[in-house]
Design a protein around this ligand. Sequence first.
Ligand code: ZN
Length: 158
Amino acid sequence: MPFKDPEKQKASHAKWQKNNPEKAKATSRAACRKWRAKNVERERERMRRYHLEHREAEAQKRRAWRTSPEGKAWMKKYRLEHLSETKARRFMGHKVESGQVVKPARCSRCGLDTPRLQAHHENYRRPEEVEWLCAACHGLTRRAARRSANQPVVGQGD
Ligand SMILES: [Zn+2]
């Protein structure tokens, strides 16, 4: 029904929202989804900026979770459910620690110069075969692998 008075329309809409909380939630969720789909680039940029600005706080949150009882339990379960991954990661960790393998200076994909390269295993059953990638390239690589395998990859293993 048409409204001449915008205030009346607002009030009527608020009443409808109050009487149909589930419908209202679904409608606003759908609208958000539609907006995000139309503004993918903008959303990506906003998230990138957010993460940059909250880097330290987010790291601290992750640290707190990792050392909490439920975080520890989750990681233990994850390691048991992903044994070949855990073994491959440990294998390369020992190699680097003992000096048998020396991390290169640059990411092998984008050439970024960083001391924090991550070992990417294409196949966890060949733990000695790694590609040294920066965090961004490693994330992209794993997400691409997940897409092609069409199965979930939990966490960002290295
Ligand atoms: Zn890179």
